[in-house]
Design a protein around this ligand. Structure first.
Ligand code: GLC
Length: 650
């Protein structure tokens, strides 16, 4: 059966065998272990019983001289259980009197920076603003003032960091969820003392991404492969809310492995996957980002494992196309950006991001690029690929041109004429200059810039959203200059965006009446908490990939160093509150898996920056070509190459 045929059959519900069930009995593929072929009677592997020697696996699996060079050697930390682990770390940290974690980490940073041949820490960028320069200088002093004690501190800090990583690996393994005896994902949070688990006992698609990347980087491919194939089966699950069904390509936000009585046999049970597409989620939000992340992970899996058979499978190709069809479907929109409701991504509650939020656009762009790389060329998909190419070009033009702000652009907006009725209006979206918020006039650094959070007619959301900006660097949605400028801004605004814990999810917080109206007076999203400008350690991994891509890993290393001071001590919280991220979040879950995995991915990538390639994407020459043609056709600004052939119909 051709792929297009398969798509049609799936869309018309004519292929129940492939897509209607997520029970273990579903045959995922011929090469899948035979245990997937029979119904699974309850025999779960306990998450808490997996003993291993993490130090030695780290060394042998990664096999990286980098790691040895960085002092990631055998630390003698073996997992026994969580409490022992925590105490192992504490003993190491406390065994040298008078040395704080701060000293130790500082030494690690200088040391790693040297060994990684990073630009010198001493080269403080002159773009730092006054308060940040002070903080930066203070940190620098603590790095270098250890004098003769340096060597001792060096080894102690390495041991502490080793232990921290060992602890993180063990916690990550503890969070693994099994289905039919095989690992299939990681639970969102794994705090045995918490009575308020809500839906944090589920495997979230977006939360699994850093876990999956950590496992891939460690050479453990099975869990990722299982995750990809099983979530694919959930894609076309019957899903309705009050009789209405969302589009067929939608991936769930999360799923749970449930043990249910076996049909017709009271004495036995079987495991089934129970997905949540938003029909049970708080606020009933559809997770637009899930499918986009799924495509990104699929490509990373292929790149890292070398196993391209998974992405070549017909059901996987069909899955990619279903996601694309849903995203590329014609609607009423004038913009190439994806129109979504509030709460459709990492920020999954009302935060005023409905419309065309940057995070979704950045993930959409990545998914298009990754899908383009993976889609098998065949007659039936020519139209889809043409639509995909056109969208890529239009989307990158739109974001680079209209979402970008820096001091110059801000001044331009400040002087905008309004109510321009014409085809070549400068102020295309009729933005009223009074919209420029007072905080931004002060906040925008002289050097640097960023992509705004959202753009709609007569509305620019000027908030800085970290994930959207970072991911636009990772996938090249932002130009090279823009990417550097975003990192410049993040350095200049370190005290606002990182402070005591990386990374603010957005900046600044909605306060007062704005908070009341926009969030609906949400008590979880109070100013400087949770999604409303809280700080999320998980964002560290995406930030690290972006810094590595721009050849500025020292910035990420500095952020990791900040995180290391507290993450383990605070029990790996989901998020932090207050302007400087000083408190563990009011309702933050502890032992949050993506905080743990995000830290690990950052560490592994800083030790081996070339591994970040499984996540980054570049524009190829065809796209650059088409983009340049579009720019030169724009009456407002001429830039880019001349004499280039237009490749795509735009
Ligand atoms: C919260 C976050 C969401 C995350 C989920 C599970 O709802 O907003 O992004 O996926 O928790 O950790």
């Amino acid at each position: 059966m051709g792929t297009s045929e398969a798509v049609l059959q799936v869309l018309s519900g004519a292929n129940p065998l492939l897509f209607n069930s997520a029970k273990c009995s579903g045959n995922l593929d011929a090469t899948f272990p035979s245990r997937f072929l029979y119904k699974y009677t309850k025999k779960r592997v306990s998450r808490y019983k997996r003993l291993f020697n993490c130090s030695s696996t780290l060394q042998s699996d990664l096999g990286l001289n980098w790691l040895k060079g960085l002092g990631y050697g055998l630390s003698g930390c073996r997992e026994v259980n969580r409490l022992q682990l925590l105490s192992c770390k504490c003993q190491q940290a406390e065994s040298v009197s008078g040395l704080t974690a701060e000293d130790g980490n500082g030494t690690w940073f200088v040391d790693s920076a040297k060994k990684l041949n990073l630009k010198s820490v001493a080269n403080t960028p002159n773009i730092l603003e006054f308060q940040d320069v002070q903080q930066f200088e203070q940190e620098k002093k603590s790095f270098t003032s250890n004098g003769a004690a340096g060597t001792t501190i060096d080894s102690v800090s390495k041991a502490t960091v080793d232990c921290l990583e060992d602890e993180a690996w063990n916690l990550l393994r503890d969070s693994m969820v099994y289905y039919c005896g095989s690992p299939i994902g990681t639970i969102a949070a794994n705090d045995p003392t918490s009575s308020n688990v809500l839906n944090y006992d589920q495997v979230f698609i977006r939360d699994f991404i850093p876990s999956g990347i950590a496992f891939l980087l460690k050479g453990e491919y099975d869990i990722v492969r299982n995750f990809i194939l099983h979530t694919l089966q959930l894609q076309s699950w019957e899903k309705t809310m009050d009789c209405h069904s969302p589009g067929q390509g939608l991936m769930p936000a999360s799923f749970k492995v449930r043990t249910v009585p076996l049909d017709g046999d009271d004495s036995a049970t079987e495991e089934v996957l129970d997905p949540d597409f938003g029909e049970a989620a708080i606020g009933r939000v559809a997770p637009v980002d899930s499918g986009l992340w799924w495509i990104i992970l699929l490509r990373a899996y292929g790149k890292c494992s070398g196993d391209l058979l998974v992405q070549e499978r017909i059901d996987v190709q069909t899955g990619i196309k279903m996601i694309l069809k849903l995203c590329l479907a014609d609607g009423f929109d004038m913009f190439p950006t994806l129109l979504v409701t509030d709460g459709s991504c990492m920020i999954d509650r009302r935060m005023g991001i409905h419309g065309h939020p940057l995070e979704i656009q950045a993930l959409f762009y990545s998914a298009l690029l990754c899908a383009r790389e993976m889609l098998a060329p065949e007659d039936g998909s020519a139209d889809l690929i043409r639509a995909l190419n056109n969208r890529l070009v239009a989307l990158s033009f739109h974001i680079r041109e209209y979402y970008w702000i820096d001091l110059r652009k801000l001044n331009e907006i400040y002087r905008y004429k309004t109510e321009e009725y014409s085809y070549d209006a400068v102020n295309k979206f009729n933005i009223y200059p009074d919209q420029i918020p007072p905080w931004l006039v002060e906040w925008m650094p002289n050097k640097g810039g960023y992509l705004i959070g959202n753009l709609q007619p007569a509305h620019m959301d000027f908030r800085f959203f970290s994930l959207g900006n970072i991911w636009s660097i990772v996938n090249g949605l932002a130009t090279r200059d823009q990417s550097h400028a975003i990192l410049d801004l993040m350095e200049a605004k370190w005290a606002d965006l990182v402070a005591d814990m990386p990374l603010k999810i957005c900046y600044p917080a909605l306060e007062g009446q704005e908070w009341q109206i926009i969030t609906g007076s949400d008590p979880k999203n109070t100013p400087w908490s949770y999604h409303n400008a809280g700080s999320w350690p998980t964002l560290l991994w995406q930030f690290t990939v972006a810094c590595i891509k721009m050849n500025r890993p020292e910035i990420a290393a500095r952020a990791v160093q900040v995180a290391e001071k507290r993450l383990s001590r605070d029990k790996w919280p989901e998020y932090y509150d207050t302007k400087r991220a000083r408190f563990i979040g009011k309702q933050a879950q502890l032992f949050q898996t993506w905080s743990i995995a995000g830290y690990l991915v950052s560490k592994i990538l800083l030790a081996d920056p070339s591994a970040a390639k499984i996540l980054t994407t570049e524009e190829d020459s065809e796209l650059v070509n088409a983009f340049s043609c579009m720019i030169s056709a724009n009456p407002r600004r001429k830039r880019g190459r001349k004499n280039l052939n237009q490749t795509y119909i735009i």
